[in-house]
Design a protein around this ligand. Sequence first.
Ligand code: NAI
Ligand SMILES: N[C@@H](CC=O)C(=O)O
Ligand code: NA
Length: 441
Amino acid sequence: MPGQKPIKVALLGCGTVGTEVVRLLTDQAADLTARVGAPVELAGIAVRKPNKHREVPAALLTTDADALVESDVDVVVEVVGGIEPARTWLVKALAAGKSVVTANKALLAEHSGELFQAADASGADLYFEAAVAGAIPLLRPLRESLAGDRITRVMGIVNGTTNFILSGMDSTGASYAETLEEATRLGYAEADPTADVDGYDAASKAAILASLAFHSRVTAADVHREGIASVSAADIAAAKALGRTVKLLAICERVTGAADEQAGAGNGAGESISVRVHPAMIPRTHPLASVHGAFNAVFVEADAAGEMMFYGQGAGGAPTASAVVGDLVAVARNRVVSGRGPRESAYAALPVRPMGQAPTRYHISLDVADRPGVLSQVAAVFAEHDVSIAAVRQEGRVDDASLVIVTHAATDAALRSTVDKIGGLPAVREVVSVMRVEGEE
Ligand SMILES: NC(=O)C1=CN([C@@H]2O[C@H](COP(=O)(O)OP(=O)(O)OC[C@H]3O[C@@H](n4cnc5c(N)ncnc54)[C@H](O)[C@@H]3O)[C@@H](O)[C@H]2O)C=CC1
Ligand SMILES: N[C@@H](CC=O)C(=O)O
Ligand code: NA
């Protein structure tokens, strides 16, 4: 490409991901030039403390991110994280016609409308493959490859830190604190790991996935969220005893039917969506059960394509940088040919169903008095709430018994009321574990 004007890039942030972005841009410079059709040139790297970045060229470092965004760059790559000042930088860059590549799921899950509007107004590109499931190509397949199909469900493990913790607790019996410390050391956890363990990170990713899958604008506030802090060793043991394991799942489903309209949740065409993040027991034979450590995996179901599974590294500096640089190549190539990538597609505007109306299944483990009639008392409470029982297992001990009940699908509200009432029965000594069950009929 002799004589071809370089594509100038501003890099905002140089931490776990940013350092690897610089390394890939340096190591792969010749190949990237060939793929883009022009050299890709780092014009500057905005950091907070330049003396802490000996691994990148000192001449490129600046503490003035605003000036770098306003300079004559073509693309702004943001790997700082958080809402502000990232939001202001990116809106400014897009408004000025600069393309943006970001890994910032928290920002996209709250402000994608504003960012896409700014991109549309100026004709710039907004790409964010790294924001969900790190290295795994997932958003581009949803936005582009499956654009001709009708997606019905997206379900997966999208947070590496919590999967690392849950797999560790399941396989080695390591403590929660030990595994979290290790995940932070390996660069998987967010700057504030409560975003991971409390499910905020997965909820942001679920919002992004649901928006793309269902052509609707879903924000993090629309996502029902439960983290893993309440998952106990007893839950893991109860799961194991029944051939199951516990995973933090992000589930985005298209829900159809007259029930939606009756509940005032539909869109007039009988469709709504359910978007939720919570721990769930899945069978050990389910493909998601074999996803260990910080790996991510996402199942996508579509009418014509059927079932697909995307699997790979969802966190860590180098894997995430792979997705960032892949997006950078795409937006740079678009600029070379004066083209544009796909825009936001939120035309379907499907409403999000409240969690209370979402159909789920429960696994309930109880410590009960071992005397005649207890099982029928418990069963009566299920019947009263119209919750159907799929399986019961009872193991007697000297003067008490362990009772495990698995339900059929029922609304979350009905299941919660059932568990509350059962906990108050005199014959029930303790509700040992309550967890949703996914991945089985
Ligand atoms: N680490 C991972 O595995 C993944 C991270 N991400 C996302 O990538 C982004 C970056 O993550 P990490 O690299 O892990 O974070 P990090 O905390 O390692 O790096 C962020 C960098 O931004 C710098 N920074 C903060 N405020 C700044 C400011 N005002 N001006 C200039 N620089 C500033 C910090 O000093 C730090 O070096 C986040 O949005 C994160 O959610 C996405 C997927 C995976
Ligand atoms: N903290 C996140 C990093 C990637 O998004 C995770 O643990 O998955
Ligand atoms: Na990805």
